[in-house]
Design a protein around this ligand. Structure first.
Ligand SMILES: CC(C)(COP(=O)(O)OP(=O)(O)OC[C@H]1O[C@@H](n2cnc3c(N)ncnc32)[C@H](O)[C@@H]1OP(=O)(O)O)[C@@H](O)C(=O)NCCC(=O)NCCS
Length: 175
């Protein structure tokens, strides 16, 4: 059976910023996502940024930032995009990413978010309740296959009548 690491999930603090950069850089093996996190932190509100801590060290990170549906007649008051998320390579496949997603979605719901979208692997996110966003008539602004752009309602029927192109912060276009 897969070993589950004992990780504590908590909101990011100012003193975590360098460690969050390092986690993203090491997980993605490049700096673009780490820099994106810094840009969003400086420019975007509200932002939900959580870290996973093992033995007082930050080993994982997840970020949620606002997205909007272009020309939507009806949309949740706060819709968030999950991205990026990262776990240090040596801590992967121990359940820490799953814990970050589950606690992250709880935090989004507590912050009043009606729905979350994610552009990611279709074998990973459905286990948390994500379904292809096309089922809600939502499409990604980027040209991606339908099954990799997913959405989850955090409040019942929050995406009823909401349809259109989901737009991310412009900083995502550079990644
Ligand atoms: C994606 C990531 C955060 C998952 O963290 P984690 O702690 O390893 O996740 P968990 O242990 O909860 O789950 C691991 C499961 O996810 C699957 N998985 C994770 N990323 C995957 C991917 N890109 N493609 C396919 N499967 C993936 C693993 O195969 C594993 O599946 P299993 O449970 O059936 O064995 C981590 O792999 C990572 O940092 N990857 C590099 C950065 C990245 O691609 N981030 C996601 C895009 S924003």
């Amino acid at each position: 059976m897969k070993k589950t690491a004992q990780a504590a999930i908590r909101p990011e603090k100012a003193e975590d910023i360098a460690a969050v950069f390092a986690v993203n850089q090491q997980a993605f093996k490049r700096q673009e996502e780490a820099r994106l996190v810094d840009v969003l932190r400086a420019q975007v509100s509200p932002l939900l940024s959580l870290v996973a801590v093992v033995d007082k060290a930050v080993v994982g990170h997840i970020l949620f930032s606002p997205v909007h549906v272009e020309n939507a007649r009806r949309a949740p008051q706060l819709m968030l995009g999950l991205a990026p998320m990262a776990v240090l390579p040596e801590y992967q496949r121990k359940g820490i990413g799953s814990l970050l997603v589950r606690r992250g979605l709880d935090a989004c719901r507590a912050a009043g978010s009606g729905a979350v979208v994610v552009l990611g692997h279709p074998g990973y996110y459905p286990r948390f309740g994500f379904v292809p966003a096309v089922q809600f008539n939502l499409r990604c602004e980027y040209p991606v296959p339908d099954n990799v752009f997913m959405a989850i309602e955090l409040m019942p029927c929050s995406l009823d009548g909401c349809q259109g192109i989901v737009k991310y912060h412009p900083a995502f276009a550079g990644v």
